[in-house]
Design a binder for this molecule. Structure first.
Ligand SMILES: [Zn+2]
Length: 270
């Protein structure tokens, strides 16, 4: 996995979004820093690739990215002597195009997502958020065809599973879209240490504070704000139930990463 740390790719969209949203981005292919739970996870755009076996030859994806050919995912895996068959599952946070289009290259891989977002994926429900909504009428029928062969496994709030050597917890994080889902992912090594992958359910600003993600893409910022608080409370419950010990990092799709205290403090400030 050593080579992964050297991978750097230019990204055209990210600096623009970053400037708009005043965020400090994690660069493509960069390791998630300071993450005890998923230290080998890498990201490109909205995609997070997480190894699920000791040999680092099998992976899950959190989101599938914008590129319908999944070229960056292929390239990263190629550097490890692997191909897309190394991807065993895809967990979708929500059905915006920059999170789902890569599914077209991952046709036989099981897809996990919320019921609501599965209906958006199939074009039964419209895209949510001001900008995504503008494109909905052009892509709705296309989505119905493009993703017709995908039969997602529907997951809901409280879903938990061990996949290879990682533990997963899913939680509702509505606001950015109605069916947005956040994922806690941690190694199944007895440590009960996790990282939080909220998708666009929140961002971390340049001061390290949690806040709702880029408003022009977010359906309801008030609900999104409430979601951050609710997420902290849900995680506190998991901690009381001894399911979770510590959450190291928060790794939103489009901003820099942050310490989990950003979410905890958000709850206390609310
Ligand atoms: Zn989104």
């Amino acid at each position: 996995m050593e080579t992964l740390s050297k991978i750097r790719r230019p990204n055209i969209i990210s600096p623009i979004v970053t400037k708009m949203a005043r965020l400090s981005p994690l660069k493509d292919g960069q390791y998630h820093p300071a993450s005890g739970a998923t230290s080998l996870a890498i990201r490109h755009g909205s995609v997070n690739l997480i190894p699920i076996n000791k040999e680092n030859t099998e992976f899950i994806l959190i989101d599938a990215g914008m590129d319908k050919h999944a070229r960056k995912i292929r390239r990263h895996l190629g550097k490890l002597g692997l191909d897309l068959s190394a991807v065993k599952r895809v967990y979708i946070t929500h059905s915006h195009p920059d999170h789902i289009r890569g599914l077209q290259a991952l046709k036989n891989v099981p897809v996990y997502m919320s019921e609501h977002e599965s209906r958006v994926l199939r074009g039964e429900l419209p895209y949510e958020g001001f900008f995504p909504k503008l494109f909905d009428k052009f892509t709705k029928h296309q989505r119905a065809n493009t993703y017709a062969s995908i039969n997602p496994v529907i997951i809901s709030h409280g879903y938990k599973e061990t996949v290879g050597n990682v533990n997963m917890h899913a939680m509702d994080m509505p606001g950015h879209t109605s069916g947005s889902t956040g994922y806690l992912v941690g190694k199944n090594d007895g440590s009960k240490a996790f990282d939080l992958f909220p998708g666009d359910g929140m961002d971390i600003d340049r001061h390290g504070n949690a806040r709702n993600a880029a408003p022009p893409f977010t359906a309801d910022t008030k609900i999104s704000d409430q979601s951050i608080t609710d997420t902290a409370e849900h995680i506190a419950r998991l901690q009381r139930a001894n399911e979770v010990d510590i959450v190291h990092s928060v790794l939103p799709s489009h901003s820099g990463s942050g310490d989990y205290s950003s979410v905890y403090n958000y709850r206390r400030a609310a």
